[in-house]
Design a protein around this ligand. Sequence first.
Ligand SMILES: Cc1ncc(COP(=O)(O)O)c(C=O)c1O
Length: 378
Amino acid sequence: MPAARFTPFELEEWQSRYETTVRRNLADSGCHPLTLGELLGPDPAAVDRLLAADLHYPPVGGTAELRALIAEQHRADPENVLVTVGAAEANAITAAALVGPGDHVVVMEPGYRQVRGSVLNAGAEVDALPLDPDAGWRPDLDELDRVLRPDTRLIAVANPNNPTGTVLTGREMDAITAAAERAGAWILADEVYRGTERLTDEVTPSFWGRYPRTVCVGSLSKAFGLPGLRLGWLVAPPELVQEAWRRHEYAAISTGTLSMHLAEAALAPGNRERLLARSRGLIRDGHARLKAWVDGSGGLLSMVDPQATALGFVRYRLPRSSTEVAHALRTDGGVLVAPGAHFGVEHHLRITHGLLPEELDDALASIGRVLESLAAQD
Ligand SMILES: Cc1ncc(COP(=O)(O)O)c(C=O)c1O
């Protein structure tokens, strides 16, 4: 049998290959992470509980306490929740449960291309729901209507979006939901960036509860600053939770016992607000620094201000591909950023700004030097 054509996950491959080879990594998509000490805070009882933890397999779908805490984030019930190895696993097993060969899927572009690649690898056909750069990266809902088919199986969105930081309005969410309803399609709403809002302290509303065929995905990796715990979740109708759970048993069995304990600490009332406030502080300060740097580039760079996330999707005016520019930044500047091509858009770089201020300033200065030398050659 000939090997099926495989679509690699270019963004993650780029990061795995190069993130340990550079002085500054601005290709991750979250904020500067917490230490274990910062997470547990000044609570000696929390440390004692962790030291006494029994390192057996945890409950495969998540502890009862954790499933209840996650359910609260989406105003769902614990039976709607499955705890996974990051949002990455949640997206993968949701796509596997819902999409098969020949199915039609619509994905938001530019976007984090995990669902797109996973369903292509499953033999599905994919069309884009484009975000329009000339309209401040708002979704082109006419184009959604145009690509929608009676056999569309899934519409996958990220809200807030990676890499543009777009936050959907209620009207846009309604339009996407109405489109899904017309086709009888599922919505996969990747909500890992909820809680990273830059302009408001209100957490972006979840898609949960708007339409029965909805799966919401979340994680501790972004707004909570805890990517190393590898802890995510999906929220879905109970039958789909079971379908996904059967795939979770094949792929991972469960995430780690310690990660579940630490997730319970992170999502506990009080701590949750503390962690979100920390991320928002980094995001607001980092965005201001990035924006000042872009504005000072003499027209070489521009950016639509993101509404959320620790990301800037920066456009550059050079006659070179984003991969070529990103390689030059890596080899000549010691800085890793993510090429726009890995999100489906050329002549952009995704630059993470939720870092410690001195590290961000140093990295931006290096990027600026390399870009100016490329501009001088072109
Ligand atoms: C939109 C989106 N979904 C999922 C993930 C994976 O997150 P996790 O670390 O929770 O697996 C990422 C990571 O960058 C992301 O940007």
